[in-house]
Write a protein that binds this ligand. Structure first.
Ligand code: UDX
Length: 439
């Protein structure tokens, strides 16, 4: 099939490249020429395992090209995906201006029957909004259909998630349009759920909100575990073994960040508000998430007797492992707070250092975790990178000014850390020593 994908962010680029790798003629569209140049040279503008190889293969097989013209690309395609950003506005509702602009341009390019697919995460009613914009530009109703086809890929495993999805959700008014999408995805051998536009849009928000809720639930439990001396890791294993609950997304720690959960939980709350429901449960989910970082900062501050004149090593900057994405990363809150109180930060990350440096030039950036803990008064595990799991903890303890480790992702065992000579606190285990250290 002839496909155009507008927007070359995580969702758009991965979708476009995967569809090209399945043998479709795909045009990836963006107004950022620099990004397009990189893609056409076989480079991935974002860090995502496997993406660059797939771009190169699709280019050399002749299935992938790039364009900065939405109109020309829409004219040349049977299916046009909208995969542009919908960042949260001040009030938490998603900003749909990019979706609106793109819909108007697609309309200008439609000459024969075209399916317009919304892949951007959008509130209920956005499919109708896109259809109305296209109609208002004079495109006859029988020349196009709008379909909602939300994306569930995770950064870091985006290619695999797209090639092997748990489910494909298709929302459409016209069953024939839905069937076209079913055929497009047929090579993936995954069951497609066909429903109406509003339900498909709701499924995306609700899925991410539910996952965020699961994490906040276990994080709330982590606070109780710290107080009563229980262990949240064992508790999660015991709870998750119930097949009705499941063990995924029960890993306690500093909480969720990234481009989706924070935006989509707020989006779900604002959509609910719009339809007269006050989703207080989700407001609490956000509060619990915020409190995880705040509580850890309090613990470190107490133990250090304040941050002024202290050096804190941050192991990890990305919002999670296997990505260089720092949107809503917990590391940024830690950096702001520590620097703001007169402390110093020495940070390392396998891939996200360059992006953070642009925003926080005052942080000392290190090549290795060993370099970043050297002379530090405390070390904090912020991102669960595999590279950090095998560190020589005795060497870490020896390099630090105070061998004090706060594990915000629970990647070490207490026994191993203490044997290595570290004073070790992991979120969700018993409370740490709170007596202030001498300066
Ligand atoms: C998420 C959804 O999983 C995906 O389906 C959707 O399309 C986009 O949003 P992503 O943001 O890439 O994907 O990352 P994910 O792996 O879901 O993790 C989100 C955040 O939750 C990360 O900050 C991660 O560290 C945190 N997390 C995840 C936990 O704190 N505990 C867990 O048990 C799982």
């Amino acid at each position: 099939m002839k496909i155009a994908v507008v927007g070359t962010g995580y969702v758009g680029l991965v979708t476009g490249v995967v569809l090209a790798s399945l043998g479709n003629d795909v045009i990836c569209v963006d107004k950022d020429r620099e990004k397009l140049d990189r893609i056409s040279k076989g480079q991935a503008p974002i860090y995502e395992p496997g993406l660059e190889e797939l771009i190169q293969r699709s280019l050399s097989d002749g299935y992938l090209r790039v364009s900065d013209s939405i109109i020309d690309s829409a004219r040349a395609s049977d299916i046009v995906f909208i995969a542009v950003g919908t960042p949260p506005a001040e009030d938490g509702s998603p900003d749909l201006s990019a979706v609106r602009e793109v819909a108007a341009e697609i309309a200008a390019g439609i000459e024969s029957y075209t399916i317009v697919v919304n892949k951007s995460t959008v509130p209920v009613g956005s499919g109708d909004l896109v259809a109305n914009i296209i109609l208002s530009k004079g495109v006859p109703a029988d020349r196009f259909d709008v379909v909602s086809n939300p994306e569930f890929l995770r950064e870091g495993s985006a290619i695999r998630d797209t090639l092997e999805p748990d489910r494909i959700v298709i929302g459409a008014k016209n069953p024939e349009a839905a069937q076209m999408l079913v055929e497009l995805y047929a090579p993936l051998n995954c069951k497609a759920f066909i429903t109406d536009l509003n339900t498909a849009e709701l499924i995306k928000y609700a899925s991410n909100s539910f996952l965020a809720l699961k994490i906040s639930f276990i994080n709330a439990l982590s606070q109780i575990c710290e107080a009563c001396g229980a262990d949240v890791g064992d508790a999660a294993a015991g709870i998750g073994a119930d097949s009705r609950i499941g063990s995924a997304f029960l890993h306690a720690g500093l909480g969720w960040g990234g481009s989706c959960f924070p935006k989509d939980v707020r989006g779900m709350i604002s959509t609910s508000q719009q339809f007269g429901y006050d989703f207080r449960l989700l407001k609490e989910v956000i509060d619990i998430n915020d409190s995880q970082v705040a509580r850890l900062l309090d613990r470190i501050e107490n133990r250090l007797g304040g941050f002024a004149g202290r050096t804190v090593a941050l192991l990890g900057l990305a919002f999670k492992a296997n990505t260089d994405d720092i949107r809503e990363a917990r590391s940024l809150i830690l950096i702001e707070h520590i620097l703001g109180r007169g402390g110093k930060v020495q940070a390392c990350d396998p891939v996200a250092v360059d992006v953070v440096r642009r925003f926080y030039p005052d942080v000392t950036y290190c090549h290795t975790p060993y370099e970043s803990v050297t002379g530090a008064d405390a070390a904090v595990v912020v991102t669960e990178w595999n590279e950090f799991k095998q560190l020589d903890l005795a060497r870490i303890a020896g390099l630090m000014k105070q061998p004090l480790m706060f594990d915000g992702r629970r990647i070490y065992s207490r026994e191993k850390a203490e044997r290595a000579g570290l004073e070790y606190f992991a979120i969700g285990s018993s409370a740490p020593n709170e007596a202030p250290l001498p300066t």
